[in-house]
Design a protein around this ligand. Structure first.
Ligand code: GLA
Length: 388
């Protein structure tokens, strides 16, 4: 897999061929992996994603007639043509619902955006838990911000993209993926408090420590929108309500046992246990990184996986196989990343063991008769930006 299957020039050329004029600019927004802090963002908790070098590129030009045209180099089919004043939230909008939803959200916020022509090309694998949808949204928001000189902050654009995904597309996601795509910087992980979007860029150069972070895409397509994600979210909200706190982030780790005794529903109890221990794991990872104890992060990742597997129940056999096999082959730790139900896992490993671990995972998948996984190194990359 290459970091960008189509260069900005190719996307600009594609735009020219489609729309018969040059774009006003080309913008890029990356996918992400999350190091730690899973299913904490809609509980006002902590996350720690890093941007991948894989981006969605958007070539764009403004229009004055209130029409939005959308085309993707990656999806067969023609160009969508939509009237701005007729944009309506609703199911089954396909890929075009994401950029259309962003335009809808900007207009709903009273921002002066008009029509536009957009042409996209994505190098972010879809359905792999690497936030290809958020990258598409954020690329659109940055393009519109540039076309209409809106001067929006990265955090504001991320919030508007989340609004689009929640209320136009209908997926009740948190803010992590959009913030990761909008705000990550190269060489860093983004330590983010999802309650107030306070952020800290944490240096994350594993090569200095002789380490590597592998991404293993299991090729199992997740279906976050199928209700499992929403149902976990409802369990978390039920937990917060039972404990009388605004969000599970407000339950201190030291008070977890006492809190759990106050919850009758077993399903809600195990969701609460995951979220509270996961927030604690994020602070533990931050402490270790700040202390330069990077190897010690490994076991915390694996604990996170066990919690997602057993308490939050969003793993799957393929993800479990990656984690178990990688650890047995000498990795320092591993976990599923993203929403779960398929998608990708991350593996923290010594550089000189990378090949052994990769081979062990590939062999285990072949033996289990699973589709061959896609394996690559996560290089912490730049967040959304204008390319041309
Ligand atoms: C998906 C959502 C995010 C977050 C993760 C789980 O990626 O889009 O908001 O909830 O799942 O951590």
């Amino acid at each position: 897999m290459t970091s960008s299957t189509e260069s900005a020039e190719t996307v600009a050329k594609g735009f020219q061929e489609l729309y018969g004029r040059a774009p006003d600019g080309v913008w890029a927004a990356p996918g992400r992996v999350n190091l730690i802090g899973e299913h904490t963002d809609y509980n006002d908790g902590f996350v720690m994603p890093l941007a991948l070098p894989h981006t969605v590129l958007a070539a764009a030009a403004s229009r004055t007639d209130g029409i939005l045209r959308l085309h993707s180099a990656d999806v067969p089919g023609g160009t969508y043509e939509l009237r701005l004043d007729e944009l309506e939230p609703g199911p089954d909008g396909g890929w075009a619902a994401y950029p259309a939803g962003v335009l809808w959200a900007l207009r709903a916020a009273g921002l002066p955006v008009g029509g536009a022509d957009l042409h996209f090309a994505s190098a972010v694998p879809t359905g792999a838990g690497l936030s290809s949808s958020a990258a598409l949204e954020v690329a659109t928001a940055f393009a519109l911000d540039g076309l209409f000189s809106l001067g929006l902050s990265r955090a504001r654009m991320a919030r508007l993209c989340q609004h689009a995904e929640n209320d136009f597309v209908g997926m009740p996601c948190g803010i992590m993926d959009q913030m990761a795509s909008a705000s990550c910087t190269s060489g860093h992980a983004l330590y983010l408090d999802t309650r107030d979007l306070t952020e800290r860029q944490v240096p994350f150069d594993l090569t200095v420590h002789g380490l590597c972070l592998l991404v293993v895409d299991t090729r199992v397509k997740h279906t976050l929108a199928d209700g499992a994600y929403a149902s976990r979210r409802r369990s978390c909200e039920a937990g917060a309500a039972a404990l009388g706190v605004p969000a599970l982030r407000d339950v201190a780790h030291a008070e977890l046992d006492a809190a759990l005794r106050r919850i009758d529903d077993e399903e809600v109890r195990s969701c609460v246990r995951h979220v509270v221990t996961e927030d604690h794991r994020v602070t533990e990872v931050i402490r270790l990184l700040d202390a330069g104890q990077v190897r010690a992060v490994g076991p915390v990742l694996t604990q996170g996986h066990i919690s997602l597997r057993d308490d939050f129940r969003v793993s799957c056999p393929e993800l479990d196989l990656v984690v178990d096999t990688a650890n047995a082959a000498g990795a320092l730790g591993a976990r599923m990343t993203g929403g779960g139900f398929g998608g990708s896992a991350i593996v923290l490993v010594d550089q000189d063991r990378t090949e052994d671990v990769t081979r062990a995972v590939r062999d285990a998948f072949a033996r289990a008769d699973f589709t061959a996984p896609r394996v690559f190194t996560a290089v912490p990359s730049e967040g959304a930006h204008r390319v041309v």
